[in-house]
Design a protein around this ligand. Structure first.
Ligand code: ZN
Length: 212
């Protein structure tokens, strides 16, 4: 049996950085409705707080897709100059097409120490997730899962004991493949709490519709 939480992360993080758009209109008046106009609901995302550095040439495509996936799931992420500084940045991500540094496989990433006060750097070792016989989609899912887990752990969200949760510390790639791409509901609650505590929740603004 496979448990996934297809939309729950989206719900929890509702609109943090929806594709870096400044605002997103998610409800508007139906085109040919005679009923009163519906109010416009605008979601204003927080500033980007996860920064992805330019990836190695060998891992560009999979890295770009993983970052796109984070964006789609409303985790702020942009490719940026590696010297970029921004007060809102809480974590940096770099993709490296090399085996994971750890000999006993537990993660394909490393959270590197940085200078005092600087945001942590998560290095995703993509080669650790590719193997002969692994389909491109499966490889991509593994990279997505490990990218999200690395970022969340770097932000200070704790690991989880539930074996289907993204934040579970799996022992091998079979266990990684069994996990969901998303955190379990209690862990999502912790992510949401972290966002609130860091003033990084999206804001929702309701506007009256313009009169025709
Ligand atoms: Zn969990």
């Amino acid at each position: 049996m496979k448990t996934v939480y297809p939309h729950s992360l989206t719900v929890v993080l509702s609109a943090a950085l929806a594709g870096l758009a400044l605002s997103t209109v998610i409800a508007e008046q139906p085109a040919e409705s005679k009923s009163p106009a519906l109010p416009l609901v605008e979601v204003i995302p927080p500033p980007p707080f996860v920064i992805a550095e330019p990836a190695d040439a060998g891992t560009n495509a999979v890295a770009a897709a993983a970052i796109q996936w984070l964006n789609d799931n409303r985790i702020a992420a942009v490719f940026a100059d590696r010297n970029a500084t921004d007060a809102a940045v809480r974590c940096r991500v770099r993709f490296h097409h090399a085996p994971a540094a750890e000999r006993d496989y537990k993660s394909a990433f490393e959270i590197k120490p940085t200078a005092e006060g600087a945001p942590p750097l998560v290095v995703i070792y993509t080669a650790a997730l590719a193997a002969p016989g692994v389909a491109p989609e499966q490889y991509q899912r593994r990279v997505n899962k490990e990218t999200l887990r690395g970022v969340l752990l770097a932000l200070g969200i704790e690991k989880c004991v539930f074996f289907l949760c993204n934040l579970y510390e799996h022992e091998d790639t079979d266990a990684l493949d069994r996990k969901s791409t998303n955190p379990c509901p209690p862990c999502q609650g912790r992510v949401e709490e972290w966002l609130r505590n860091n003033d990084l929740m999206p804001r929702t603004v309701v506007r009256e519709p313009e009169q025709p």
